[in-house]
Design a protein. Structure first.
Length: 474
């Protein structure tokens, strides 16, 4: 509607100015012709009167009608009437009228030329008057030109212009409507998709495909919708994992707490032999240690997610040897053989967290290996294409029960245990591998797991090239 109004105003104003100018030119032409005709008659009458005055003694008033009739018959157009007055009295009319047609034009008795437009009986006339002095008297030469045909033509032009404006507005309105519909249809589709998306259908996408601004907006909307859907999926997954975490954590706490409460109640309410009392206390102690370990791991996981980790260049051999010093007594108690070998290099890490991760990997290898088995713990540099592109890897390899292929992708989930009975027996709670994964992720390191049931497992920790600084062996 706004476009149609603008078009209507533009066409109307431009047409008004054009028609007005055209009509003005036509009227100016008619007036000019009337004045020219009056000038010719004035000139002929003036020269004729001068000849008569100079060549005879006839009275001007007496010869003026005859002379005017002669000029009128020879020079006057069919649409023009001639009026001659002498001292404001009509002495000649070409159409037989006896009264002056424009008395107000000659009432001031001034010499000169004037014109006037008048409408009489639905007709339009141009009056032109010329006044001259002859023998101290004023002779008025008045021509009355009928321009009704011209006015009819002007009125017809105006009517035709109005008709054209209406037709053009109708046609342009239809064109604008069709074009606007064509342009806004993609926006309507996009609006429908937006409403659908706002109502919760996050899979809704815009099908508008074009190379204009609407197509670009459609692509941006789809990109936004993809991002929103991905974020929502991540949030839903996070909520699911949180709920699962709470459920698993509750379950894991319930088991040791049940044991602790049961044995504590037995010790409190029943007189037990010393041997049974020590056994009950041992169960309470071991389950309490498991709860303590679980709390420690949970604290480390929360710290890794929310805290800033300070890093420093640390010698890889020093890390490996410190881990062995920590883990070796438990290996000796389990009757396992631990072999090690480390190449010298420097990695930019938080040494305590990396030790924790490696200790967890070695502890898992210990739990799932039988007495007398050998577990190797080595570290070496992986050469890159250039010297500054070298990487470093720690490898923990055991010959234990192995991990099924379907379990490999799950062992880094909180509270997931491959062999729950063995894990609980060893004091595990399914938080060791999630902690390892979080530590390595914070350091930009990669964990690879290679395993085969009944053969053993190899855990490979690879530190990226940007953290490696080679050191000479001392």
């Amino acid at each position: 509607m706004i476009n149609i109004i603008i078009i209507a105003l533009t066409l109307s104003l431009s047409g008004f100015f054009i028609i007005s100018r055209q009509n003005r030119l036509i009227m100016d032409s008619e007036i000019k012709n009337s004045v020219t005709e009056n000038n010719l008659i004035e000139s002929v009458l003036e020269y004729s009167l001068l000849d008569i005055i100079n060549s005879s003694s006839q009275n001007v008033r007496s010869v003026l009608p005859t002379l005017s009739a002669r000029v009128s018959s020879g020079m006057l157009a069919s649409t023009t009437s001639l009026y001659i007055t002498y001292d404001s009295n009509i002495v000649y009319t070409s159409n037989g009228e006896e009264t002056s047609p424009s008395r107000e034009m000659i009432s001031n008795n001034t010499v000169g030329k004037k014109y006037q437009l008048k409408r009489e009986n639905d007709k339009t006339f141009v009056y032109v008057i010329s006044s001259v002095y002859v023998d101290d008297s004023i002779i008025d030469i008045i021509t009355k030109r009928n321009i009704s045909d011209t006015m009819t033509m002007i009125n017809n032009n105006i009517s035709l212009f109005r008709l054209y404006i209406i037709v053009i507005l109708l046609i342009s309105g239809l064109i604008v409507y069709a074009f606007s519909t064509f342009l806004t249809r993609p926006l309507e589709k996009l609006n429908t998709v937006t409403d659908d998306f706002a109502e919760g259908n996050f899979t809704s996408r815009s099908s508008v495909k074009s190379y204009d601004e609407v197509g670009l907006l459609s692509d941006k909307f789809n990109h936004m919708a993809d991002s929103v859907e991905n974020h929502i999926d991540e949030l839903n997954d996070m909520l699911h994992r949180r709920d699962q975490f709470v459920a698993d954590f509750t379950h894991e706490i319930k088991t040791p707490m049940t044991t602790i409460i049961g044995y504590a109640d037995t010790i409190r309410s029943v007189e037990l032999p010393r041997e049974d009392e020590v056994k009950a206390a041992s169960y309470i102690f071991s389950e309490g240690k498991r709860l303590e370990q679980m709390s420690s791991h949970l604290f480390d996981l929360i710290y890794l997610k929310d805290g800033e980790i300070p890093k420093a260049n640390t010698n890889t051999r020093a890390i490996g040897e410190a881990v062995i010093d920590t883990i070796l007594p438990s290996f000796q108690d389990a009757g396992l053989v631990l072999s090690s070998d480390f190449e010298n290099a420097s990695i930019c890490v938080d040494s305590s967290l990396i030790k924790t991760a490696l200790i967890n990997l070695l502890d898992n290898a210990r739990k799932y290996s039988d007495n007398g088995k050998e577990i190797s713990f080595i570290g070496h540099i992986i050469p890159g294409e250039e010297k500054n592109q070298n990487s470093y890897e720690y490898i923990v390899e055991d010959h234990g029960i192995g991990i099924a292929q379907e379990d490999i992708d799950k062992i880094c989930d909180e509270f997931y245990m491959v062999d729950k009975s063995r894990s609980r027996k060893e004091g595990g709670a399914g938080l060791g591998m999630p902690l390892v994964s979080s530590i390595l992720k914070e350091h930009g390191a990669e964990l690879k797991i290679e395993s085969e049931l009944g053969v053993g497992t190899k855990m490979i920790v690879i530190f990226p090239a940007c953290t490696i600084i080679e050191e000479e062996i001392v």
